[in-house]
Design a binder for this molecule. Structure first.
Ligand code: BES
Ligand code: MN
Ligand code: MN
Length: 459
């Protein structure tokens, strides 16, 4: 690292951390209207910090939902342009009682920052603002930069879609850079080379027209909770293969050589089980754990309820039962089509004793990010420099639907240069982000710009 940067980072380390902690104190939960004002305040916070870091044209772009924070620094139109995307909204912190410290009162323990959003995505997004600040202070920004930080990623980015399509010129760039994924380990750096898509539905099963006494009617009338369990259980066969007709039709099978390449990534199944506290892994027959979690589609119940769930026992045969179900999709599977297939199938398997309503939620398409591009090479070199090890490409199992949209609407590829770890508990209680990861990210990002600009300059 240049001595300017080393000194600047050392002198401003405490402030860089304090600013992130302030950001983490804002409960920007996009899913819950109770936090509406906090989400807006978070957008204003990001706007101010972008201005302070030296960005031009910083604005809050209104949408039908939460604003998109935009800003840029155009050094020279002949230089390449990097579009940084991140999100300032976070997942709900529920269940609060499982947190060791309050989710919106960040604490530092064992070299990690604990708070909702610490990793996903406030900590990772904020690294980009600080890396930009350093390059601006050094007066060595080697590319043009555009920032687009949204506040609705965790609820499906529905308003971002029209924004990107109608602002294609404003967002024009050579590559999109996102830090919102994880690495294999701090000493095994990796770059995410693809993401899964998502189809999300809610189902409602209705039995009798009112809750009934489970003694007076039990045994003679279908219980919708039981019926829902049976229907859900039938969605997978004995090989954990999904039974929805047509579900696998569009799945791109990956080649044996790609599978062999994937199998080289370090993975210890015993450690995996121990870390999760499970006695055995489980998944689709014929695929490894890593494959099941990245390149194969899934179907999971995310939540299920109905009947009496309060204290003690109540003898009731409920009228209704509900479930939220997600399907992770792989490249070439279309989210809308899968949602329709689910709906049709789920309605068709409902016994005549209950009624079923399927309501689609948000979805998104899978994405593959090439590992042979200039930008990938730049990311590989940047990480190689700061981690002292060449990163390996690894498919990610999560979803960032905007990646497919960027490709479609802006005709540009994305680099998923994430610095989180799977053990950071994103979307779970006690989410954390390592201080090492935060500062390593800040250190690495400027190298990406330099390497990318250098590669492009040679052409
Ligand atoms: N940052 C995650 C996605 C992610 C995490 C990808 C780790 C790869 C590794 C993102 O914020 C997220 O949670 N996305 C949602 C999708 C969205 C449509 C709600 C997801 O994957 O559930
Ligand atoms: Mn995220
Ligand atoms: Mn998330």
């Amino acid at each position: 690292m240049s001595s300017f940067r080393t000194n600047y980072l050392a002198e401003n380390k405490d402030r860089f951390l304090e600013e992130l902690l302030s950001l983490l104190r804002l409960p920007s939960v996009s899913a819950d209207p109770k936090f509406r004002e906090d989400v807006f305040e978070t957008a204003r916070f990001i706007k101010e910090k972008l201005i302070e870091a030296g960005a031009d044209g910083v604005e809050l772009c209104e949408t039908a939902g939460y604003p998109i924070v935009y800003g840029h620094k155009m050094v020279d139109p002949s230089l390449p342009t990097v579009l940084v995307y991140g999100h300032y909204d976070v997942q709900p912190a529920d269940p609060y009682e499982l947190w060791d410290s309050p989710p919106f009162e960040p604490v530092i323990k064992d070299e990690k920052i604990y708070a909702r959003g610490a990793c996903d995505d406030k900590g990772q997004m904020y690294m980009h603002l600080k890396a930009f600040e350093i390059m601006m202070k050094e007066e060595k920004l080697p590319c043009n930069v555009k920032f687009m930080i949204e506040g609705e990623e965790e609820v499906g980015s529905e308003n971002l879609d029209p924004f990107v399509r109608s602002n294609a010129e404003k967002l024009a760039c050579d590559v999109v850079l996102i830090s919102d994924t994880s690495m294999l380990a701090n000493d095994i750096p990796s770059i995410t080379s693809g993401l899964r898509g998502l189809s999300y539905v809610e189902v409602e099963v209705t039995g009798p027209n009112r809750d009934l006494h489970s003694g007076v009617y039990g045994g003679a009338v279908a219980n919708p909770v039981n019926a829902l369990c049976e229907m859900i259980a039938s969605l997978k066969d004995e090989n954990d293969h999904i039974t929805i007709p047509g579900f696998y039709d569009d799945v791109l099978e990956i080649s044996e050589s790609e599978r062999a390449e994937m199998a080289k990534a370090p993975f210890n199944e015993q450690e995996y089980k121990d870390e999760l506290g499970v006695g055995a892994v489980r998944g689709e027959r014929g695929f490894s754990t890593m494959e099941r979690a990245t390149i194969r589609p899934t179907l999971d119940v995310n939540g299920m309820w109905g009947g009496y769930i309060g204290e003690g026992a109540k003898t009731v045969l409920p009228s209704k039962a509900y479930a939220k179900i997600s399907m992770r999709l792989v490249p070439n599977q279309a989210s809308e089509k899968i949602t329709e297939l689910f709906q049709k199938h789920f309605e068709s398997i409902a016994p005549p004793s209950v009624k079923v309503v399927v309501t689609p939620h948000h979805g998104g398409e899978a994405a593959v990010t090439p590992t042979d591009s200039d930008a990938y090479l730049a990311a590989e070199r940047a990480i190689g420099t700061t981690f002292g090890k060449k990163p390996i490409p690894v498919r990610g199992g999560g979803s960032i639907p905007i990646v497919a949209l960027f490709e479609e609407a802006l005709n540009v590829k994305t680099i998923l240069m994430g610095f989180g770890l799977n053990s950071d508990n994103i979307h779970s209680p006690n989410e954390s982000y390592g201080l090492f990861n935060y500062f390593k990210g800040i250190e690495t990002i400027p190298h990406f710009y330099e390497e990318f600009a250098a590669i492009k300059a040679e052409q």
